[in-house]
Design a protein around this ligand. Sequence first.
Ligand code: SAJ
Length: 426
Amino acid sequence: MGKDGQSGEIAVIGLGYIGLPTAIMFANAGFRVTGYEVRKEVVDKINSGKAHIVEPEIEELLARAIESGNLRATSDPGEIRDKDAYIICVQTPLRKDKTPDLSYLENAVKTVAKAMKKGSLVVIESTVPPLTTVKMAKLIEELSGLKAGEDFHMVHAPERVMPGRIFKELVYNSRIFGGITPESSEMAEKLYRSFVRGQTFKTSSTVSEVVKLMENTFRDVNIALANEFAFLAHQYGINVFEAIELANTHPRVRVHRPGIGVGGHCLPKDPHLLLWPAREDFGLIRLAREVNDSMPLFTKDLLFAALKELNVPPEDAVVTVLGLAYKGDSDDTRNSPAKAFIDAIRDDVKAVKTYDPYVGGTSGSVEEAVEGSDAIVVATDHTEFKSLNWEELGKLMRTRILVDGRHVVEEPPRGFLFKGIGRGDC
Ligand code: SAJ
């Protein structure tokens, strides 16, 4: 690493949603970056200047990084030897039993241990259970013979970016550098300030791991609270969104949004990571996960109540689901509540049709998707769905049921039997 910490050679391990944008930022900041990725087709695509993920600004920023010669991708671990810094951005998914699968991380750490040199800085950006970074430092000591904190430096530096705003948030979000030693934190902070303009904070690796998990657990628990407020709105015959809007006029209240569920690769997983190494369990965090995971079934109940009210036998019903992505204006369907909802109704209805403008393999248009349908269920808050002409679409349907799982409808459309999560007033 150059003396200013602003030049040198970096290897980024894992070129996914986080790794590729991070590699691009370091390359365009002047570092020579080698992106290591096991998926050969991804390597080839990146080296041709094409991104394999959808994200605003990525095409031009990747082209600049490749054309400058500062970024190239490889699947050959021999090409990431003796780098000044290694940035690990691999997935840490849950197994079916909700325990973390750290195999991707361990494989990445083993690859780094064999490639690194004395003095290398190793950064784990992946979201990991508390105490993982120190464990990985011990693994590197065993494999490399190097001494943690003396012969190499190690840091947990979690990302906080929101898909759709990744490049802005990589620059302007504040960042935390949790080192196994203060010197490690210092080195990482200097390295990232080559492109980070937000505030930077230094702490221990375990505090950093817990902070990242707290952020998403805080969000998941607050979404569960909003979902319980929605259940209460049905008990009291009120519109929960009107109540939330008024509650949020309080200077210190920020009630989240109720909906068909919590998807993505983070919120459904991170509370489990936070609890995993704990010696005892805690009720609130796990219960919040259960509440959020129950929302697709609550939406199914709304749909079946509507079918019953209009005497449509479920086994005769054709249901159109608008939206497969886990969140609005995204193409990402990982852990999508829409898929959980479809799985929950598939065997009980005659047919399910889908339309998502961002996701392939669905109907070509919303009209085609609703043609002859008995019910529309909105499962994603894509901007496009907020301005649909429901009365016009209703003319194409056999029965006019509309179930709003993402609060895209304010006024129930004329001629429809309308049900919405939290719409106890309808
Ligand atoms: N959701 C609700 N109600 C809400 C907010 C979200 O039902 O009020 C749902 C969304 O529809 C979606 C899921 O929750 O299905 C997750 O939504 P999200 O907006 O949290 O999106 P993520 O998971 O892509 O991003 C989160 C962010 N974390 C926080 O806002 C604390 C992001 O900053 C993190 O970087 C990201 O997780 C991550 O990678 O950890």
